[in-house]
Structure formats: C-alpha cells, structure tokens
Design a protein around this ligand. Structure first.
Ligand SMILES: [Fe+2]
Length: 350
C-alpha cells in the first residue's frame, strides 16, 4: 500500500512555512477599493494584509488584527486620517504608519510626518517602492521596539537602584531611631492593602507605595537629640521636628518617577481641621492619598513602643483615632480605613 505520510508531511511543512513567511500584519485603510486591492495583491504573499474602507472599521478591527504596520489614506470622506494617525501614535508609538496620498501635496506629507507618520507614498504606486517601504517600516518597528524595551529595562534598573539607595538611607535613620525602618515597611505594606480596597488603581498604588515607604525620609535631616528624645518634645523641639515632611519632599523632588507619590511625603501630617503641618491644609485640600496614609501612620505609631511611651493595643489605637475624627482625621474616610485595618488585624504584619 502506498505510504501517504511523506506527502502529507511535506504538505504540512509547506503550509507551516507559508504561515511562517507571513511574519507581519499590515492594515490598509483607504476608501478606494482599487488601492486596497492593489496593496493586498502586492503584499499578500509575504504578509498578512487586512483592509478596511473606513477609519471606524479600522478602529474596531484593531484588537483582532494587531497591526504591525499601517497604510493610511489621510483624506477620507467623513473622517480625518490625521486625527487617527495622532491617536494611534499616542497609544502605539512603535507602529509605523505610511500615508497614502492621491496628489503630491508637499504640505499634506509634511503635516503627516510632523505628526509621527513614518513615510508617505503617492498614487499611482510603484510596486517595488511599496515593498521596500514595508521592509524599511518593519525594520524601523523592530528597532523601535528594541529601544523601547532597553529604555524600560534601564528605567526599572534605575528605580531598583534608587530603592536600594533609599533603603540604605532609611537604615541610616534607623541607626538613630530604631523605629523608622520597620515602621516604613509596615505602613507601606498596609497602605497598598487599604488603597486596593478603597479602589485605587494598580498603577497609582505602585507609585504611592514609594511615597508611603519614604514618608519619613526627611528625618535624616533632624538632629538626633530631637529625633530620639526619650520624653515629650518641647515646643521648640516640635517646631524642628515639623520640618521633616518638607525635608523629605526636597530630597525626593528631583526624582521624576516619584513625582506622583510625593503628596504622601509632604502632607502626611496635615490635619482635617487645618491645624497640621507643614502647609496647614484643610479638609478636601489635603490630597486624598495623604489623608488615607495619615490614618495608617497614626495607627502604626500608636501600636508600637516609642521613646516617650509604651505601645497601645489594637483596640485602644482604633479608639484614639476615632476620637480624633473631624479634628485630625477625615470623617467617613477614617471609619472606612479603620474597618479595613480591623478586618486584617490578625495578619502577622499588623
Ligand atoms: Fe512623619
């Protein structure tokens, strides 16, 4: 009996190679059927070519097509190709977009290039020019993606280095005041948990947790005599201590990626009634995340031994904070935060 397997196998391999060859998805957006078909015919053997006649159709096909390159007619009836170009470039900066233009209008081409187009082609097309444009565009995309990945890695390495440097700074404060480093770790952990329950987004939490972790970094600038005084601080000493949020803010301000987490560092000692420091912000003037954090900060301070007093129990700490609602702490929000703290009271971190 004739063995069909070698034939079948070679067919599968050929099919596999054909799929392999179509290495990139190309989206053609043009209201002119002739343009769509000629581009498809020119490129279909090498690439997967998808065509749409309107921008709306292109937008809805985006998630399934996942284009790696786009041909776009900039002048379409009813919609503006330039707006679509800007929108795509703002979200998918590495997708090259080649503009199709019916007349050699220098101004149209310049406007498109200024708005991020990779190149432009003028109708009627030169087919070999189309192929070389596609190759250049896809090469550009590959290089762009590599650069983007490299920048991302460099940025995350810098962040990691920065975090370990600040950890060292916190350990330096810890050497003076053994409470700070452990406190910083615990409140940032608790802040992430509570912020998640309060509906903060993941990206917000990612930045704010640094602010929570580094909220007392400014204590590095406070004299040991004040920082580790065994008794209660005098009025003058307290005035010195009140500088730590601003000092911390000044230390971290130049670090760009921390920008959105600095409200916690600067405002974690503001009071709801405006009697806090450093800015004396009142009610809704206090950034929400700082108002949330101040409750967590107080809870952790109350439930730990300090130089000037012994720690309170979980229940007494909650009572003390509740009594300060409307003066130090924000109403409604504080009840919510305390409920969450109470829910997790048996976690070993609390
Ligand atoms: Fe503080």
């Amino acid at each position: 009996m004739h063995n069909i397997y070698p034939v079948l196998f070679s067919k599968i391999i050929r099919g596999y190679n054909m799929i392999q060859k179509k290495s990139a998805n190309i989206l053609v957006i043009d209201d002119d059927l002739g343009v769509r078909e000629s581009l498809k015919m020119t490129l279909k053997d090498t690439y997967s070519v998808f065509t749409t006649s309107t921008i709306d159709e292109a937008i809805s096909s985006f998630p399934s097509v996942k284009p790696e390159m786009i041909f776009l007619d900039i002048r379409m009836p009813k919609s503006n190709g330039l707006d679509f170009l800007k929108e795509v470039k703002s979200v998918h900066s590495t997708i090259p977009i080649v503009i199709i233009t019916a007349f050699p209008s220098t101004q149209t081409a310049i406007t498109a290039l200024r708005n991020g187009a990779f190149d432009y082609i003028v109708k009627p097309f030169n087919l070999s020019e189309i192929r070389s444009t596609v190759e250049r565009a896809l090469h550009y995309r590959k290089e762009q993606s590599k650069t983007k990945a490299l920048i991302y890695k460099m940025r995350s390495d810098i962040q990691k280095n920065f975090i370990s440097t600040t950890q060292t700074l916190l350990l330096a404060i810890d050497a003076k005041d053994s409470y700070t480093a452990a406190h910083s770790k615990k409140v940032s952990w608790l802040f992430c948990l509570i912020a998640d329950e309060l509906g903060f987004s993941k990206s917000q939490i990612e930045i704010l947790r640094f602010g929570a972790f580094l909220h007392d970094i400014g204590k590095i600038g406070i004299h040991d005599k004040v920082l580790t005084k065994p008794g209660k601080l005098s009025k003058e000493e307290f005035e010195v201590m009140k500088h730590h949020p601003e000092i911390g803010y000044k230390i971290l301000e130049p670090i760009d990626f921390l920008k959105d987490g600095l409200s916690i560092v600067r405002h974690h000692h503001e009071w709801y009634n405006g009697e806090g420091y450093p800015c004396g912000l009142k009610g809704s003037e206090i950034p929400y995340e700082a108002a949330v954090f101040s409750i967590i900060d107080a809870y952790d301070a109350l439930t730990n031994d300090r130089h000037y007093r012994k720690k309170y129990s979980h229940k007494i700490a909650l009572d003390i904070i509740s009594k300060r609602i409307d003066t130090q702490f924000t109403p409604h929000l504080t009840e919510k935060v305390l409920d969450i703290i109470d829910k997790y009271k048996n976690y070993h971190h609390i």
